[in-house]
Design a protein around this ligand. Structure first.
Ligand code: DAK
Length: 270
């Protein structure tokens, strides 16, 4: 049994909950909760977010994770007020990027449910997630250039890989706001939906994924992410190892036998 105390702690900058899912594993939900600051991602907020991702990842009852903000803002960026007096040495000594790197180690899928602004670090946080569901009025962008800085939490890399050099270059160098529809057409988003249902849609997707055999889900996620960072040969090698590994799970036998016996599979997630 996993330690589930983290679900009952009071957080300062986020709300954390579990959404039950019938026969499937639950969905872990994080809501960014600094409405007066447009959910700006200050250090304490990021620490709470990343620690909760890790807690969900270690919790056997959770199959998929959703992170959202409020209708006005997913997050309008890193907290400019916190960074205004910061220097290079201060930034280097604090090494806050280490916290962002921890997100890359999360094995369970993470879905960003975005309404309103997803700017700067907010946009980068959506891109560290595995899928993005956006309300049609959501606005994305990397406006750091207007502060005489540049994206530092993966924006120049993940945006470019997702939508290509020509479009990423224009968006980052102008800092302009980009509509959800444009980002969808460019390939950054999984889906754009009516404003009222963005969270509902993200949770429905998360529940669907959480009802699949968990080890297969996690190894498929690992293989897909690996494809972004490596050659086709190395990528195929990991895919094959993960594929073989799944033949050692109980769920593989259950899944195939359930198909042959024309019944619903009863996943054990092992
Ligand atoms: N930081 C701090 N406060 C913010 C904020 C932000 N990013 N965005 C909004 N707020 C605050 C405003 O200051 C205002 O506070 P009060 O004046 O009421 O005290 C309140 O939220 C409401 O904002 P507005 O009055 O401006 O609301 P509007 O509807 O008029 O405009 C807006 C909404 C989102 C268009 C506007 O607030 C805006 O342009 N915000 C800034 C967007 C931006 O430039 N974002 C990029 C920030 S730089 C790092 C990791 C990542 C990063 C850096 C380091 N490390 C790990 C080290 C990333 C950097 C960035 O994201």
């Amino acid at each position: 049994m996993s330690d589930r105390k983290y679900l009952n702690i009071e957080y300062k900058n986020i709300l954390v909950s579990e959404i039950e899912n019938g026969n499937g594993l639950s969905v872990g939900l994080i809501r960014l909760n600094r409405p007066k600051a447009m959910n700006a991602l200050n250090v304490p907020t990021m620490e709470e977010v990343v620690t909760t991702f890790e807690n969900f990842d270690n919790d056997r009852e959770i199959g998929c994770i959703v992170i959202t903000g409020n209708d006005k803002a997913f997050a309008a960026g890193a907290d400019i007020k916190e960074m205004a007096e910061e220097t290079t040495i201060g930034m280097l000594l604090k090494d806050q990027f280490a916290r962002w790197d921890r997100i890359r180690k999360i094995k369970k899928p993470i879905i960003a449910a975005v309404s309103g602004y997803a700017l700067g670090g907010g946009c980068e946080l959506t891109m560290t997630c595995d899928m993005i569901i956006a309300a049609e009025s959501a606005t994305f962008g990397q406006p750091e250039i207007n502060l005489a800085v540049m994206p530092g939490a993966g924006g120049t890399q993940r945006l470019t890989k997702a939508i290509g050099k020509a479009r990423a270059m224009e968006i980052i160098l102008t800092g302009r706001m980009v509509s959800a529809q444009e980002m969808y057409e460019a390939g950054l988003l999984t889906k754009v939906v009516h404003n009222e249902i963005y969270l509902e849609e993200a949770i429905a997707l998360a529940k669907d994924i959480a009802s699949k055999p968990a080890i297969a889900v996690q190894l498929a996620k690992e293989s897909i992410l690996n494809s972004m960072d490596t050659t086709i040969e190395t990528g195929l090698e990991l895919e094959r190892k993960n594929f073989y590994m799944l033949f050692a799970t109980e769920d593989k036998f259950e899944g195939m036998n359930a198909f042959i016996e024309k019944r619903k599979a009863d996943w054990k997630h092992k």
